[in-house]
Design a protein around this ligand. Structure first.
Ligand code: F6P
Length: 533
């Protein structure tokens, strides 16, 4: 499989020329006025997701050039290499097969997918583990003695399951409470421990590596708390979700659900890391979650590039980041249950594509990952939408809305949907005003993703869509989206600083670090005090 870096393709130069000629001044309002078919051209259905891209600064000629860019960089071959089980995570020498976790068993697949034969043994291991994990999830659901499930994990071992359990709250089994402890800040664990009783609690220690300091610290404290309360049955009250079963056993946990090094942490909600979700929504719900994602995998794998939603979104990301120079993307889920969706997407995009070198380690002359941020609507409207409408930066917004609510409170849902649509409309239309302060420039781009309902299947499809769009931009940028060396330095230094805080040896440190540590170790307060009136 050969990949060509985007800046070494003819399409890259052609895109720059197109941007200089028409792209910079492109006005979405004019585009709608001159093309009655614009909505049809720039909207599409994908499995369980409808997408309107028509309010973006893009026309057919630009999209054709972006598709040429995809072809010239070898995007399709790179995608196919991922689905063939090739070791495309080159810096770690690993396959990238989170998609296999949602693949039906080989026996259920048609002839075309018999091509999966080269990962057949992995697929049967996936299903054996899935069956075991779902049987355990059902047993815990049926066990009235367990009222509280505490997931201890961080990063991908927290964000995915937490986001999904919250998103699918309407499907969660009544009578069970789910808690997520990620931060090494003891306040978080202490707050949960205040609410639970040892004999009714199941701790899930979720860590791909089973070495992450935050998770290990929390797991040790949870175990110490459990034993201090008289708890003895670790096998009943602790389970581990990890690729490192030996370390979990050494920790004293015998109930383990494994996965594999070819599942990246931020892509692991489909694996044993999804166990809290399976316990919350049940085995059938979890299988629907996987099925929704698999439908999106098949769309990404087989749809023609020009009607392939992850490809269209990923290429738009490249257009905005590298030609328009937009530095961030705001995500606005118009559903309160999607409150952790922006945080989830932050790790997915920024840990995958926040890279300054290509897959060969050469420094890149162009920008990669945007900053991804956001809050559920309508809350965001009363916080930072001011800046989206009238700030000096243009920030593309990606709305997500859900057509059918799960509640029956009159009026709420239409008002919610009206707000989502109106915000996208306002960003595009703008409003003229002589005085300046009330002037909206408009022409501010947005994408609108629409789900029929928020269900395990549609959430699975939405998340797989996001995974694949991140793959697309990362592939075009020529980077390895599947490693995360950038988190290592801070981890190493934190250990050293921890030792120095204990010892008081601040020799050979920079002035700022030594100054802060001195203040943290001193008995005297760091600040003055407020005088009460
Ligand atoms: O901080 C980086 C990271 O390795 C993430 O990629 C990962 O999701 C998280 O830490 C947690 O890792 P683990 O599941 O091994 O505890």
């Amino acid at each position: 499989m050969s990949r060509t870096r985007c800046d070494q393709t003819p399409a890259w130069g052609a895109l720059q020329s197109a941007f200089d000629a028409t792209g910079r001044a492109f006005d979405v309002r004019t585009a709608f006025a001159t093309d009655p078919q614009r909505f049809e051209t720039f909207s599409q259905s994908a499995p369980l997701v409808f997408a309107d891209l028509s309010k973006n600064r893009i026309d057919a000629a630009t999209e054709a050039l972006l598709l040429a860019l995809a072809q010239q960089t070898g995007l399709a071959a790179h995608r196919d290499a991922m689905f063939a089980g090739d070791k495309i995570n080159t810096t770690e020498g690993r396959q990238v097969m989170h998609w296999l976790l949602r693949n039906p068993p080989l026996a259920l697949m048609n002839k075309a997918r018999q091509a999966l034969q080269n990962v057949a043994s992995e697929l049967s291991a996936v299903h054996a583990t899935l069956d075991a994990m779902l049987a355990y999830a059902e047993a815990v659901r049926a066990d009235d003695g367990i009222t509280d499930v505490v997931n201890i994990g961080i990063g991908g071992s927290d964000l995915g399951p937490q986001m999904a359990v919250l998103a699918l709250d309407e499907f969660v089994l009544p009578g069970k409470r789910f808690h997520f402890v990620s931060n090494v800040d003891g306040h978080e664990l202490a707050a949960v421990l205040r609410k639970v009783q040892p004999e009714h609690t199941l701790f899930l220690v979720a860590s791909k590596t089973f070495t992450t300091i935050e998770t290990m610290t929390n797991a040790h404290s949870a175990k110490a708390w459990f034993e201090a309360q008289g708890g003895t049955d670790i096998a009943r009250h602790f389970a581990a979700l990890t690729t490192n079963v030996a370390a979990a056993n050494a920790f004293g946990i015998s109930t383990c659900f494994g996965f594999w090094d070819w599942v990246g942490g931020r892509y692991s909600v489909w694996s044993a890391i999804g166990l809290p979700l399976a316990m919350a929504i049940g085995a059938q719900g979890f299988r629907e979650f996987l099925a929704g994602a698999h439908a999106m995998d098949e769309h990404f794998r087989t749809a023609p590039l020009e009607r392939n939603l992850p490809i269209r979104l990923g290429l738009l990301d490249v257009w905005y980041r590298n030609f328009h120079g937009f530095t961030s993307r705001s995500v606005a889920p118009y559903h309160a249950a999607l409150k952790r969706y922006p945080a989830y997407l932050q790790q997915l995009e920024m840990e995958s594509n926040g890279k300054r070198v290509d897959a060969q380690g050469q420094a890149l002359p162009y920008a990669t990952s945007p900053v991804v941020w956001g809050e559920p609507g309508t809350n965001g409207q009363h916080a930072y939408f001011q800046m989206l409408h009238q700030g000096t930066d243009v920030v593309p917004v990606e709305f997500v809305a859900v057509k059918t609510p799960k509640h029956s409170l009159p009026g709420h849902h239409t008002l919610l949907l009206a707000n989502a649509v109106a915000q996208a409309q306002a960003l595009m239309q703008g409003k003229a005003d002589q005085g300046g302060h009330k002037h909206f420039t408009g022409n501010r781009p947005s994408t609108f993703l629409l789900l029929d309902d928020l269900s395990p299947a549609s959430l699975g499809a939405l998340i797989a869509l996001q995974e694949h769009r991140v793959f697309v931009s990362g592939s075009v940028w020529g980077i390895n989206s599947f490693d995360q060396w950038g988190v290592e330095l801070g981890k190493v230094l934190a250990k050293e600083v921890d030792v120095r805080l204990g010892s008081g040896d601040f020799s050979a440190l920079d002035g700022s670090t030594a100054g802060l540590l001195t203040r943290l170790r001193n008995d005297s307060p760091c600040t003055g005090t407020a005088v009460s009136h």
